[in-house]
Design a protein around this ligand. Structure first.
Ligand SMILES: *[C@@H]1O[C@H](CO)[C@@H](O)[C@H](O)[C@H]1NC(C)=O
Ligand SMILES: *[C@@H]1O[C@H](CO)[C@@H](O)[C@H](O)[C@H]1NC(C)=O
Ligand SMILES: *[C@@H]1O[C@H](CO)[C@@H](O)[C@H](O)[C@H]1NC(C)=O
Ligand SMILES: *[C@@H]1O[C@H](CO)[C@@H](O)[C@H](O)[C@H]1NC(C)=O
Ligand SMILES: *[C@@H]1O[C@H](CO)[C@@H](O)[C@H](O)[C@H]1NC(C)=O
Ligand SMILES: *[C@@H]1O[C@H](CO)[C@@H](O)[C@H](O)[C@H]1NC(C)=O
Length: 308
């Protein structure tokens, strides 16, 4: 439950990222932050619309390794993905992946009714809720609304340890417009703290405007951590070498100015301490000198010799 609270706080704090530019052609509306309210069932929370040229295609998901999902086997199981995804991420299949490592996972995506989805399944643990499964375990790759919809036989009351739930993960196939522009794959990127569309575009060598278009976003739209963003790709994603930022992206990573302030603050405090210490030492030395002089004067005074 601790993790649940953390994520709730994260959602409340909502690190917002501002963009600017033009309106765009309709593709897939961005989920905004509608996935938070499990009781509010909107079309947008159930998945990306089945509006592509193909009803089934190869697509990509992104996932950040956690202590619980820190190996290709556990991530592959969680996401219903072929473990061979390890290769394009430069992992061996048995390797432990350091926490918070960005991984790219190829999955098959297909239409089920009105929405695209990639099927996976999850075995419920004690204290899990639809909310924590969607937003914590799956990092926002699915929504509590979509899980509820595809597991009509499971209710909040019957959701208990050991139960298997079908988990539809968000994915999509290129629309006619995207196909016409040469895009072949859509990658579901999970936004994290400090991201903006430009950094995400740079990460995948993608075009910023094509990302805005793909998500029906504008330059001044706000994007939220733990929400999926579609990144259109023209070529097969072959290796995470292509990720410009291979390093784990943490909340503080591109907050360089915080470290600058902390460093400068540290230097100033150190300097003040040093100055104070020197002054104190000097005063102490002075005091000592005066004391000695006094004793000397008294001693000498006894001999009736005046000093100065
Ligand atoms: C496709 O692009 C054209 C012009 O580029 C635009 O008018 C049209 O609305 C777009 N259609 C969709 C479904 O995005
Ligand atoms: C959801 O989709 C259905 C079918 O396309 C449509 O009839 C309905 O109005 C949509 N609901 C919302 C809230 O957009
Ligand atoms: C996983 O991928 C490998 C290589 O791409 C393939 O040979 C194997 O059949 C796949 N396994 C499944 C279960 O799809
Ligand atoms: C891939 O992994 C190998 C061995 O772990 C390492 O030497 C190499 O630098 C890695 N390549 C990249 C691009 O991370
Ligand atoms: C997608 O499905 C095809 C056949 O249905 C399979 O051969 C392929 O390995 C799958 N791809 C992934 C990434 O799971
Ligand atoms: C995904 O799961 C649903 C049931 O939740 C099923 O109807 C559908 O056929 C599955 N799709 C694929 C591609 O296996």
């Amino acid at each position: 439950m601790k993790k649940f609270n953390l994520y709730s706080i994260c959602f409340v704090l909502l690190l917002v990222v501002l963009l600017k530019q033009h309106p765009s052609k309709a593709q897939q509306p961005y989920v905004n932050n509608n996935q938070i309210n499990c009781d509010q069932d909107l079309n947008i929370t159930n998945g990306f619309k089945c509006n592509g040229v193909e009803t089934s295609c190869q697509s990509y998901l992104t996932f950040r390794s956690t202590p619980a999902y820190g190996s290709p086997l556990s991530i592959g199981q969680l996401l219903g993905a072929n473990i061979s995804f390890a290769e394009i991420n430069n992992f061996t299949t048995s390797q432990i992946i350091s926490t918070d490592t960005q991984t790219v996972i190829p999955v098959n995506c297909s239409c089920l009714g009105e929405h695209y989805q990639h099927n996976s399944s999850y075995q419920v643990l004690a204290y899990d809720t639809f909310f924590t499964i969607a937003n914590d375990n799956y990092q926002g790759l699915t929504t509590c609304q979509a899980i509820k919809l595809q597991n009509p036989h499971i209710t909040v009351e019957t959701l208990s340890a050991g139960v298997n739930v079908n988990v539809p993960l968000r994915c999509a196939c290129p629309t006619p417009n995207q196909t016409a522009s040469g895009f072949k794959y859509l990658l579901t990127y999970m936004i994290t703290w400090g991201d903006d569309i430009s950094t995400i575009a740079d990460l995948f060598g993608a075009d910023k405007q094509s990302i805005l278009d793909a998500n029906e976003l504008f330059e001044d739209s706000i994007i939220y951590p733990f929400t999926p963003l579609l990144v259109p790709l023209k070529v097969l994603f072959e290796h995470t070498d292509r990720l410009a930022l291979r390093k784990p992206i943490s909340m503080w990573a591109n907050r360089w100015w915080i470290w600058l302030i902390v460093t400068i603050g540290g230097i100033i405090i150190a300097l003040l301490c040093f100055l104070y210490h020197s002054k104190w030492k000097k005063q102490k030395a002075e005091g000592e000198r005066k004391k000695k002089q006094k004793i000397l004067v008294m001693e000498l005074g006894g001999n009736a010799i005046t000093c100065n």
